[in-house]
Design a protein around this ligand. Structure first.
Ligand code: ZN
Length: 87
């Protein structure tokens, strides 16, 4: 499976507990990027507070997700970061 965009609530609700979710806030303030753009495990306890107001990506494979983030989003801990609760 590849990295896919979660485009509706049905997809969001049916995601498994395994895999990885990226919260893609985007944003232009460089100081906020690593804070807002977070990679989570699908089992993260923060998941219940998330919704599709913030665009989401999902992959069942961590390496695939990391590769995608490095190519499309940028540098870890600068343009995005890993959630400290689930990583
Ligand atoms: Zn998390």
């Amino acid at each position: 499976m590849s990295v896919k965009k979660i485009s509706n609530d049905a997809e969001w609700q049916s995601l498994p507990e395994e895999g990885f979710i990226f919260n893609q806030f985007g944003g232009k303030d460089p100081r906020r990027l690593a804070v807002d753009n977070k990679l989570h495990r699908a089992s993260c306890r923060q998941r219940k507070m998330m919704n599709l107001a913030v665009p989401k990506l999902y992959s069942d494979n961590l390496n695939e997700m990391l590769d995608y983030l490095k190519r499309k989003v940028g540098e870890e801990n600068k343009d995005w970061s890993r959630c400290s609760f689930c990583f």
